[in-house]
Design a protein around this ligand. Structure first.
Ligand SMILES: [Zn+2]
Length: 489
């Protein structure tokens, strides 16, 4: 072999050895961000069986969110009457404000009027059961059936369990004669599933106008996932510290109209199709940064060695990890801003060429992006004299600021979690969807989106899908969790 070739190969071999050594050393020197936290003393006075029956009754009320005039509001009124009946002490001590007739805003005055306020969010409304899928349910979606260790029905995970668990916890605590030091708000929206614009948003705006000093907000969101984080066999609690932004745009393509018997070379529909194809071929960049990177930093001490090696060395392995993550919709949504074309319109008549063809595209923004940035890039990518891009709809939000991982909001959450699941590690993460919590980020950045329910990946499709159900044990733990959280405030 020629001498220079030997030297080159030797050099390559040495480089590989150095890289391997660095990878291994970094993987062995993992510092854990998991710390011991002390559980909260909770004397449970909640009768579990009775509480479960109350949630079952709540599930039997089809509080389907709707903005139309023909909406059936009666289930909301019935649900409200049930709450009044089930939680008399709470209703006695908290003041209630109705917002747009249906959203409930309770205020429980704190002993210290100068202490900052705390907000607990949940929502009363549920999504409808998709037509034609009713018979696929093991138990009727609005039956409130308890079987096989679960309570089945629409709203058991999203989100009546939170309304009821918060009130169960508050009722039993107040009954024992205790009261919070901080003023605590409970906001139960009626339109979260369609944006929360008439419910939670109005409450948040009112609080801002009143100049309330808010220290923490707790809402639904992420859960304890079991076997879903790579390299971790057991459960880990993922706490949502931000949610992605929301933006809908219309892309309009124009061309000459006319009769379809003599089509010109350029047609609006075809132009629109080309633009959509281009959008699809040019996804926004993906990266492991922000809350997703933080999640891996917190989770890494719980991973097996192989995954520690990978996630401690993202400087080397990020492309490999990203190619895996972007290959599936759930994890793709965690690493980039996504674009989803959802609606199309053009000519109303089969033999008339439209002068305009319009596509609606829904974007969900990663925290590294902004609405203006996305719009500017879209203009660069797709804009032309025939194409107009415009944001539409009332619902529009920047990615939420990151909640802090120190400070009272998070510390108390961790203690409450340790009370019900002492051995479960915790990690921050991002909500890829949207929830009412985002309306409150003007009051405080410390908005935590979490509930200690235990999910495996098959449970994800139950949300908004068929066979939504909650484990009875999870529900009882949820009540205890809110009891532990409330007692600290
Ligand atoms: Zn929800």
């Amino acid at each position: 072999m020629k001498r220079w070739l030997t030297m080159v190969l030797g050099g390559v071999g040495l480089a590989v050895a150095i890289v391997a050594a660095v990878v291994l050393v970094r993987a062995s020197a993992v510092e854990s961000l998991q710390s011991e936290v002390e559980p909260v003393e909770v004397e449970t006075s909640v009768d579990g069986q009775a509480a479960l029956e109350r949630l079952a009754e709540a599930i039997r009320k089809p509080t389907i969110s709707s903005s139309g005039d023909d909406a059936d509001l009666e289930p909301f009124y019935e649900f409200r009457r049930q709450l009044e009946r089930d939680f008399p002490v709470f209703h006695d001590l908290a003041s209630r404000q109705l917002v747009n007739d249906l959203t409930l805003h309770f205020t429980l005055e704190g002993r210290d009027s100068s202490a900052p306020h705390v907000v607990f969010l949940a929502h009363q409304d549920v999504v409808p059961v998709e037509e034609g899928t009713e018979d696929d349910w093991t138990h009727p979606p609005f039956g409130g059936v308890v079987a096989d260790g679960f309570l089945w029905g629409r709203g058991t995970l999203d989100n009546k369990q939170n309304v009821m668990a918060m009130l169960e916890a508050a009722e039993s605590w107040l009954e024992s004669g205790e009261s919070p030091e901080h003023t605590v708000h409970f906001v139960f929206g009626h339109d979260e599933e369609i944006g929360g614009m008439d419910g939670a948003r109005v409450v948040a705006q009112q609080m801002e106008e009143d100049g309330l000093d808010v220290v923490a907000v707790y809402d639904e969101g992420l859960v304890i996932v079991d076997g879903m984080v790579p390299g971790i066999d057991g459960p880990i609690a993922l706490v949502g510290i931000t949610e992605r932004g929301y933006l809908t745009v219309e892309i309009e393509a124009r061309a000459e109209g006319g009769h379809s018997s003599m089509p010109p070379e350029e047609i609006a529909v075809t132009r629109l199709a080309e633009v959509l194809k281009k959008l699809d071929a040019n996804p926004r960049p993906a990266a492991i940064d922000g809350p997703t990177a933080m999640m891996f930093e917190w989770a890494i001490s719980e991973m097996d060695f192989l995954h520690r090696m990978i996630f401690r060395n993202l400087w080397l392995f990020e492309p490999v990890v990203l190619s895996q993550m972007t290959a599936s919709p759930g994890t793709n949504a965690a690493v980039r801003t996504t674009a989803a074309p959802t609606m199309l319109r053009a000519s109303d008549t089969e033999n008339v060429l439209p002068q305009r063809a319009v596509a609606t595209v829904n974007f969900r923004l990663n925290p590294r992006d902004s609405i203006d940035g996305v719009l500017a890039d879209l203009e660069d990518l797709l804009g032309s004299e025939y194409i107009t891009i415009r944001p539409v709809g009332e619902m529009r939000s920047e990615p939420s600021p990151l909640a802090r991982l120190e400070g009272p909001g998070f510390e108390k959450l961790r203690r409450a979690l340790a009370t019900v699941h002492p051995d479960v590690p915790v990690a921050p993460n991002m909500l890829t969807g949207a929830a009412d919590a985002r309306h409150f980020t003007g009051l405080t950045h410390d908005v935590y989106r979490f509930q200690p329910l235990i999910f495996t990946d098959r449970d994800l499709e139950r949300l908004h899908g068929t066979d939504e159900r909650i484990a009875v044990d999870d529900y009882l733990a949820l009540i205890e969790y809110y009891g532990a959280l409330l007692r600290q405030w």
